[in-house]
Design a binder for this molecule. Structure first.
Ligand code: ADP
Length: 560
């Protein structure tokens, strides 16, 4: 019996030392063992030497010896706890090395003295030591965290547990008392508290269930709650409604793999005040081991001002880009005049010829008249098409940006009637292979403008493959997320672009096609750039060309 008890005590002591069992667990076990020992003593005392009981008595005495020896060894081996026995009056009856280390007395100085000498004088005056014994007696256990005095007068923080020891007849035999010096953790706690109080950031301590264990004054100021309103609440109370449902899963992931990190890297995060208003935040997470298990310290910075400044500079950049585009248009003007003058002059020639014919009635046929009028109309259309395309390029403020899924947009463009029915596109239609990453974060963009870019690139790819056998006309449209970008690439197996021409492709009016206007790529690049994106061209290793553009992902959706 005794051996079994001692083995589990050593286990408990170990557990207490590494902080996995509360001190009182150890102390309860010791009390139990002490009761078992007293039971054995009682058995010996009761066996009033009738011969038949001799064997039983012998056995009980040897059990007691073993049990007491183990108990003594165990208690003597413990350094980090003061484990002492008190008699019924509170006088010290046993003393272990832990007690000597924590309280500073050697056994000979303290045995027989009343345990109140470990208390502060005001606590003695308030009869705290006696009260502790009384409560232990009436409730079976007493536990307290409080200040105690060492032999040299130094005060320390102690975690104390007292358990009464009863014998089999219900007579009080004394008390078991276990004390642990918790000054160091108290000091650390106080320092942590002070640091949180002084921090300029809002700091919160959250346990593994997601409950707020500590918040500093900055948190109260930032979120508009009082400390009492926050403590014990789920941390989700500080998030906007739309983020709350997903947050527990993020939390669990963090606790499964805790590390110091910024929360939601690359995403926009928001806090929510008590009055329901939202504001952008940046959050740093720091896991810490505490006596109550793993927790996380969150430091929250309100970045409203920074965001405002960023938005301002973005607007400024966009204005600059617009100004830049206008100056490009300025540079374009001579080219534009030339481009438009050509069809206008042709249209005017055809129209004049028609007028002349109508006036002179010199025998020209009705068919010829019809042909000239058709040519006039076609040239006028061409001029107006140039003006229309440039119009989209120059307009600012007309663009309507919405949240878009680029994959759906591509699928949509591929079904546009102009791509399916125009004679050129029909003649040049390629085998289209889609490699669309799913799911893909959304973008915020002008649908019509991005469709225009896709249409331009698909048409160009089709046209670059005219003349090839159908099985050689292959176009791959690929989407993928690349860090903070969505990248779209359109690869063809067409005639390719000579290296020396690659830099000119994006210049307005550059074309190698008889019917080309040379505006598609310059307008496309400009559209992508006004969406804070970029566009590139590269030759494929085998044959053909790849056009790529990248657009920033929608941060707001990511955060959700
Ligand atoms: P356009 O198509 O009216 O010529 P763009 O600005 O769209 O105007 O294209 C400019 C030029 O870039 C084209 O004339 C062509 O020489 C070249 N180009 C565009 N796309 C491709 C492609 N996929 N393969 C080869 N060359 C291309």
């Amino acid at each position: 019996m005794g051996n079994r008890g001692n083995r589990s005590i050593s286990f408990l002591v170990e557990q207490c030392l590494i902080g996995e069992q509360p001190c009182s667990e150890l102390e309860r076990k010791i009390a139990k063992l002490e009761t078992e020992n007293s039971f054995l003593r009682l058995q010996i005392a009761r066996s009033d030497l009738p011969a038949a009981c001799d064997v039983e008595k012998q056995q009980a005495m040897s059990d007691l010896k073993v049990s007491e020896e183990h108990f003594r060894l165990l208690v003597q081996g413990v350094q980090d706890y003061a484990i002492i026995m008190l008699d019924t009056q509170g006088r010290v009856m046993s003393w272990n090395p832990g007690a000597a280390r924590i309280k500073g007395y050697v056994a000979s100085e303290i045995l027989g003295r009343h345990f109140s000498c470990f208390y502060l004088s005001e606590d003695i005056a308030a009869k705290k030591p006696e009260m502790g014994l009384e409560i232990a007696k009436s409730e079976g256990h007493y536990e307290e965290e409080g200040r105690r005095v060492r032999k040299n007068g130094q005060i320390f923080w102690a975690l104390v547990a007292i358990t009464p020891l009863w014998d089999d007849d219900g007579v009080l035999r004394g008390f078991a008392k276990v004390t642990r010096d918790v000054s160091e953790s108290k000091r650390t706690e106080a320092k942590t508290h002070l640091m949180a109080e002084l921090a300029i950031n809002a700091m919160i301590l959250v346990d593994s269930r997601g409950l707020l264990v500590m918040v500093n004054p900055q948190t109260e100021k930032l979120f508009g709650y009082t400390q009492t309103e926050l403590l014990g609440q789920c941390v989700e109370i500080l998030l906007p409604q739309s983020f709350r449902a997903n947050h527990p899963a993020h939390r669990e992931r963090f606790f499964a793999d805790p590390s110091v990190r910024a929360m939601g890297a690359g995403r926009d995060l928001f806090g929510c005040r008590k009055d329901g208003t939202e504001f952008p935040v940046e959050i740093g997470l720091n896991p810490i081991e505490t006596n109550d298990g793993l927790m996380v310290v969150g430091s929250i910075v309100d970045i409203t001002e920074r965001k405002r400044a960023e938005e301002k500079s973005r607007q400024h950049l966009s204005e600059l880009a617009h100004a830049g585009r206008l100056s490009t248009v300025g540079e374009m003007f001579s080219g534009l005049a030339h481009e438009i003058n050509q069809p206008l002059a042709a249209a005017s020639n055809y129209a004049r010829a028609g007028i002349r014919m109508a006036k002179s009635n010199d025998g020209a046929t009705r068919e010829q008249l019809q042909e000239w009028l058709e040519k006039t109309a076609a040239q006028a259309d061409r001029a107006s098409e140039i003006v229309r395309r440039l119009g989209t390029f120059m307009k600012k403020g007309r663009s309507i940006r919405t949240e878009l899924n680029i994959n759906r947009l591509i699928e949509n463009v591929l079904t546009l009637p102009m791509l399916l029915t125009s004679p050129v596109d029909r003649a040049a239609r390629a085998n289209i292979h889609l490699e669309l990453e799913e799911p893909i974060p959304s973008i915020v963009a002008d649908k019509v403008q991005i469709e225009q870019v896709l249409l331009n690139l698909i048409r160009n790819a089709n046209e670059a493959m005219i003349g090839l056998a159908e099985s050689d006309r292959n176009m791959t449209i690929k989407t993928e997320r690349q860090q903070e970008w969505i990248q779209v690439s359109i690869r063809d197996t067409g005639h390719g672009v000579p290296v020396e021409l690659q830099t000119q492709l994006f210049s307005p009016f550059f074309t190698t096609k008889a019917e080309g206007m040379g505006l598609g790529l310059s307008i496309s690049r400009s559209i992508i750039e006004t969406h804070q994106g970029q566009m590139f061209v590269e030759s494929n290793p085998g044959s053909g060309t790849t056009f790529r553009f990248q657009l920033p992902i929608n941060n707001r959706e990511e955060a959700r």
